[in-house]
Design a protein around this ligand. Structure first.
Ligand code: N01
Length: 540
């Protein structure tokens, strides 16, 4: 444990995941500032520190899911699989911290419990759960978009005598399911990854599904050792390709529409993309997220794949996603998800037809009075996404304004990065930025560079404070909604993109849907125009 620094700092960064690590490096090693990370966990890694459930794996391809800002990191680290698994990503992030010599500026086991802006001294006063206090001129939240777990409130759950886990807060000790009956609640990306792995071990696995989900095969594979050397030779090519794309992945949808492509041709295209696997399937055409007619053709293609894969027709029918267009909820990619329902030890329960009424000592009771006898319940029920982890920091801005009050009707930001009334606060991948719609490391590097350039600008110009102009933030937030409404994305009215998975959360489409390429140009333009949309103030 590092000795706690009580001297005033230039910056406190909250969180030691992908964003916090690069932000610390940028402020400390590029700008020469005194910066520290406060991290709630006992190790670095963020998402990849907490999400240790069986099958946890990234859905971005490994050579794209890493830092690009440092050639040494890129050259040295070699990924072993097409999609990196949790354990490998966590090792990678620890390797980056070691290589960049960042450890001494990261305080672990320090969960920020509140932070208040002091208008007089123009600093943030930050307190952690262990009652340590920090003062810093800049406060940067790097808490991730999917960190605050959503565990449903079910009557009687405390009386359940078995083990209860949440995929987003998985124990560090190995969890064994052998000879056990297991119930998994939730079939989002986490459930879809965990279910095939748990099914291999459990005596009996009950999958409790509320909404059937689309999923595309990942087609993970080991990487040929030459892959790394070829990739490193063309780093600039890969970087440019990703930064000029909509989603920060190294592909751009060709200029062709599903509905205008002849039936045989579009089937061939979809078959090829299905065989190749992964998220690029969605990008086989340009209009999947804007034309309901085109989307339905692709959605039906996936439904037919499910019907062909799952042997029991009743189970197959229950698995068919029908109430939202493909891609309007975050599309999972899987390894043998639908195939798992052909195993004799796996039983699918349709919670829409037969909801959970309560938990009892020995299991989960359903509306038709069935008792699912289980030894373990795994909640794969997601997160209070995008705003949950930021609001948990109990931020108080100018005049004691609480962030949860400022965001009462939904998050309002300028570019997803700054909030009016909260001086010198920056949010990495905040609501109103492309974040969760993109390959995260690309969005993170763009955010960190932009924030660091702005801080550098302030240091040179002698500004003491910066915050979003109120009308610029309002305008940006309206633009975020308008852009989403031009797509099919808000059509999945139970999606966490809209906050709909959390009871009482305002229904606002939170990520910026216009693409990383467009967003990046917008941010650059704001900087070029002397940070139009931001308000600066000098020292008191
Ligand atoms: O969470 P989710 P997740 N009773 O919210 C169900 C990223 N990620 O952890 O659809 C019963 O998507 C809920 O049902 P419904 C990725 O961005 C990435 O799986 O709301 N069920 C749904 O089925 C992803 O999108 C990777 O009706 C309840 C499930 O639980 C995000 O994290 C891997 C319920 C929650 O799905 C979140 O994914 C994993 C209740 N009360 C995660 N409440 C990769 O990189 C919720 N559900 C591959």
């Amino acid at each position: 444990m590092n000795e706690i620094c009580t001297k005033p700092l230039d910056a406190v960064i909250v969180g030691a995941g992908f964003s916090g690590i690069y932000q610390l490096y940028s402020l400390r090693d590029k700008l020469g500032l005194r910066a520290k990370i406060l991290e709630a966990g006992a190790g670095v890694g963020g998402t990849w520190y907490w999400n240790r459930y069986p099958g946890a794996r990234c859905d971005s391809e490994s050579h794209t899911y890493c830092y690009y800002f440092n050639h040494k990191l890129l050259k040295t680290w070699q990924w072993t699989e097409r999609y990196p698994g949790q354990e490998e990503i966590l090792r990678y992030l620890n390797f980056c911290v070691e290589t960049l010599n960042l450890k001494r500026d990261i305080y672990l086991n320090e969960r920020v419990s509140d932070a208040a802006w002091d208008d007089q001294s123009q600093v943030w006063n930050i307190t952690t759960a262990s009652r340590n206090k920090f003062t810093a001129r800049f406060l940067i939240t790097a808490v991730g978009c999917l960190s605050s777990t959503n565990k449903p409130i079910i009557d009687g759950l405390p009386a359940f005598s078995g083990d209860v886990y949440h995929t987003g807060h998985w124990p560090h000790e190995p969890v064994r399911f052998d000879e056990k009956n297991v119930a998994v609640v939730g079939t989002g990306s986490s459930g879809i990854q965990a279910i095939p792995e748990i099914a291999k071990q459990a005596k009996k696995l009950f999958v409790l599904q509320r909404t059937p989900n689309y999923s595309v095969p990942a087609r993970n594979r080991a990487l040929n050792p030459n892959f790394h050397f070829e990739f490193v030779k063309k780093i600039d090519f890969w970087r440019t390709k990703m930064m000029e794309s909509r989603h920060g992945h190294p592909w751009v949808a060709p200029d062709r529409e599903v509905k205008k492509t002849a039936t045989k041709k579009r089937l061939d295209i979809m078959e090829r993309a299905w065989l190749y696997g992964g998220l690029s399937f969605r990008e086989s055409f340009s209009d999947v997220l804007v034309s309901a007619e085109s989307n339905e053709i692709m959605s039906e293609f996936i439904r037919q794949k499910i019907l062909k894969t799952v042997i029991n027709p009743e189970t197959a029918n229950k698995l068919l996603p029908k109430d939202h267009p493909f891609g309007t909820k975050r599309p999972p990619i899987d390894t043998n998800y639908f195939e798992t329902f052909n195993r004799e030890n796996v039983c699918l329960i349709d919670l829409k037809a037969n909801p959970i009424t309560c938990c009892e000592k020995s299991g989960i009771r359903l509306k038709d009075d069935t008792l699912i006898k289980t030894d373990v319940i795994v909640f794969a029920t997601g997160f209070d996404a995008m705003t949950g982890s930021i609001e948990k920091l109990n931020l108080r801005g100018r005049d004691g304004l609480e962030l949860s009050d400022a965001w009462n009707a939904g998050p309002e930001t300028f570019l997803g990065l700054t909030v009016s009334g909260f001086p010198n606060l920056f949010i990495i991948t905040g609501p109103g930025s492309p974040s969760v719609l993109t390959n995260m490391p690309r969005s993170i590097e763009q955010h960190v560079d932009w924030i660091s350039n702005l801080i550098n600008h302030m240091l040179h110009a002698g500004h003491a404070e910066v915050e979003a102009d109120e009308s610029a933030a309002r305008k940006w937030t309206k633009h975020v909604t308008d852009v989403a409404n031009q797509t099919l994305l808000p059509k999945a009215n139970h999606s966490w993109y809209l906050g709909a998975n959390i009871p009482g959360k305002p229904r606002v489409f939170m990520p910026y849907a216009n693409g990383l390429n467009y967003y990046r140009k917008y941010c650059d333009d704001v900087a070029k125009k002397k940070y139009q949309g931001l308000v600066f103030k000098s020292s008191n």
